[in-house]
Design a protein around this ligand. Structure first.
Ligand SMILES: [Zn+2]
Length: 310
């Protein structure tokens, strides 16, 4: 597959939630497709999937509530995943289908970008192109995240799956609204932290991102299989990403000295904390320090959200 360097910057930044700025308008859910599950039914099915894979049911249920405000609605430690997750994606008997979110060149893939991690794939599009729901589901979040995803829609699907559509120019969907595969999610754009029009498409299982290539062949934009199979191996990258320490700045600390003491680099400390090498460190402030193994020292968005004050 042709790969271009065309960075979606959203995966690299600390982000704050903004306000939904899009105005209400027509919806694109086809009311004739009445076989979709209701929000309650989706949630029941979703919670059922939690019970199937976690030994501590209560913890799982408590930590993954339906939240229409936060993109990251809860996080489960998928290293505790005790079984192989098999998620049916399409079922013609139940009229459950798949639709490509948008078909074009992938400009950036899931994975490491320098010291940071890109949690989805970027698909090139032009502003105003139609972005479509990949599967049946219920809109959980619609918001404007000015420093990150931009205008973003999060759709929860059955089986613990979620898909995220970022950098949209417009959407008319609202939380709790049912969508079918192929329904319009919104129009493509470059809102949020983005350097050009593209769709940031992310897939998550029980709140944790996994490589969308696991389910979609981005050469043909078809499903690789009718059933998505995930194991803890799909999430081992997270364990490496989370090897982060915090340093409380003391008198006399310099970036150079900290880099030497922690066996890391000034550049990595700067990247993790969004500071430059000339930033004056504030005594008592916190600095994120990456793994002592720089080659694996990536950070998650969640850790970046706990941005230390400098
Ligand atoms: Zn992206």
């Amino acid at each position: 597959m042709k790969r271009l360097v065309y960075p979606c910057l959203f995966g690299m930044v600390f982000y704050l939630s903004g306000f939904a700025q899009e105005t209400a308008g027509p919806t694109f859910t086809d009311s004739t497709k009445d076989t979709a599950l209701s929000a309650d039914e989706q949630e029941d099915e979703f919670q059922g999937s939690l019970n199937a894979f976690f030994d501590n049911e209560k913890t799982a249920l408590d930590s993954f509530a339906w939240d229409t405000k936060k993109i990251n609605s809860g996080h489960l430690d998928l290293s505790r995943l005790t079984d192989t997750a098999k998620i049916p994606l399409v079922d013609s008997a139940r009229q459950k289908y798949y639709s490509a979110p948008f078909e074009n060149v992938i400009t950036s893939d899931f994975g490491a970008r320098g010291w940071l991690w890109h949690y989805g794939v970027d698909i090139r599009l032009s502003r105003g192109d139609t972005v479509r729901a990949a599967f049946d589901g219920v809109v959980r979040v619609r918001e404007y995240d000015r420093h990150g995803y931009g205008v973003v829609i999060v759709v929860r699907h059955a089986g613990g799956l979620e898909t995220i559509y970022g950098h949209l120019s417009r959407t008319w969907l609202t939380p709790n609204q049912t969508v079918r595969a192929g329904d319009m999610i919104g129009l493509g754009g470059s809102t949020g932290h983005s350097t050009g029009s593209h769709l940031h498409f992310e897939t998550r299982y029980l709140g944790e991102p996994f490589d969308p290539h696991c389910l979609i062949d981005f050469g043909t934009f078809t499903l690789k299989s009718d059933t998505l199979v995930l194991t803890r191996d799909n999430f081992t990258y997270l364990a490496e990403l989370r090897k982060v320490k915090w340093h409380i700045v003391r008198k006399g600390d310099t970036l150079k000295r900290l880099a030497r003491n922690y066996h890391t680099t000034v550049a990595m400390i700067c990247a993790l904390n969004h500071i430059s090498h000339t930033t004056k460190l504030r005594i008592g402030g916190r600095l994120a320090i990456g793994s002592t193994v720089p080659s694996d020292g990536k950070l998650t968005m969640r850790q970046l959200k706990s941005r230390p004050s400098i």
